[in-house]
Design a protein. Structure first.
Length: 370
């Protein structure tokens, strides 16, 4: 079986789906790896490193898509890349995307009878943990969000005792204690900030406190945790109380990092314009949920906006800004998934397997996920 690794064509995407070390492992397992020329350069992986690992590097994009039995990508294929895919059911593509946001591409993949998998749809089960690209990339995003805040704020993170007097530590509020939120907490704590965190799921309290942060607890009568451990949408009345609770604590924060998401839905608004109005001038908000609508009412995708002296950052594709390690983690995830669809040198699409069934978007000309 031949594995194809094209260069990512999406704007500002610096990651690569397969790194040389993981490519080398696949080669040793008996697979052939074909890498497009310069595919890993933006992530600091040169063609020579792939060759040293046993892969064939330097191919054209057309060759990678035409010859690859399974093509590995980070971003979903573009319309142009779909046209390069092998037609007639002989090839597969693995990437990360929500089918509902890529309807045209999904339709085109089905029309060409390409088998497409999206790792954004992985079930939250123990067997799928080594393949969990959303968690690995959220780790990167949570870490980088704190660095973005540290660079944007006008204050030190740690407490400093100097000849000019004592400077108090920054106060950081993290909204959402999933993978990105927990990494943000850990990073902010390492930098010396006083950290508090809020999440509607009481079960995460222990994890927050184990990282040295204060868990802000609000009494919620309804069940706030849905399938797979994700937060679920709250009732209108509970959400109204939640907004007031967050606004109260945001007033005291120097930095607010928002990470809350609901799978398949718009990100919940947690920081209203009124809450921003009540924050201290010089405060910074980093909204990691901007790509699914944003947790802050004033966030603008890809822009920095200032409202009443509060800086609101809406960074896009944050994992791509740390492409070396983000690619390493992604490559290990995708190689684990590959072991499910590539057995004995052949593509095996077994819909009795929950992982394959949940992630398969198109197969045999059929759209399976919308």
């Amino acid at each position: 079986m031949k594995i194809g690794v094209p260069k990512e064509t999406a704007a500002n995407e610096r990651r690569v789906a397969l790194t040389p070390d993981v490519a080398g492992r696949l080669v040793k397992s008996g697979l052939t790896v074909l890498v497009e020329r310069g595919a890993g350069e933006a992530a600091s992986f040169g063609d020579e490193a792939y060759r040293a690992a046993g892969a064939t590097a330097g191919a054209t994009a057309a060759a990678v898509f035409a010859e690859g039995d399974v093509v590995l990508k980070v971003q979903p294929p573009s319309t142009e890349e779909v046209r390069l895919c092998r037609e007639g059911g002989g090839g597969a593509v693995v990437a990360v995307f929500q089918p509902s946001a890529e309807r045209e591409v999904v339709s085109q993949l089905a029309a060409r009878k390409v088998t497409a998998f999206s790792l954004a749809l992985l079930p939250r089960i123990t067997r799928a943990q080594p393949m969990d690209v959303l968690s690995s990339q959220a780790t990167v995003a949570g870490y980088k969000a704190v660095l973005l805040a540290a660079a944007a704020t006008g204050r030190f993170f740690p407490m400093l005792v100097t000849a000019a007097g004592t400077l108090p530590p920054a106060r950081v509020l993290v909204l959402g204690a999933g993978v990105a939120g927990l990494q943000a907490i850990a990073t902010a704590r390492r930098l010396g900030a006083v950290v508090s965190a809020f999440d509607v799921r009481p079960a995460v309290k222990e994890q927050v406190e184990s990282l040295g942060a204060k868990f802000l607890e609000m009494q919620i009568a309804e069940q706030a945790e849905g399938a797979g451990g994700y937060a679920k949408q709250l009732s209108e009345e509970t959400h109204r109380r939640e907004l007031a609770f967050i606004a109260q604590h945001a007033r005291d924060a120097d930095i607010v990092i928002t990470t809350a998401a609901i799978p398949g839905k718009r990100a919940p608004v947690l920081v209203t314009a009124e809450a921003v109005q009540g924050m201290k001038p010089g405060s910074v908000i980093v909204d990691l949920a901007v790509e699914t609508g944003g947790n802050c009412e004033l966030t603008e995708p890809g822009r920095e906006v200032t409202h009443n002296g509060v800086l609101v950052l809406g960074p896009l594709n944050v994992p791509s800004t740390l492409p070396y390690h983000a690619s390493q983690m992604y490559a290990r995830n995708i190689a684990s998934f590959l072991s499910y669809v590539a057995r004995d040198g052949k593509l095996v699409v077994d819909f009795d397997d929950e992982i394959i069934r949940d992630t398969c978007v198109t197969h045999a000309g059929e759209v399976r996920k919308t």
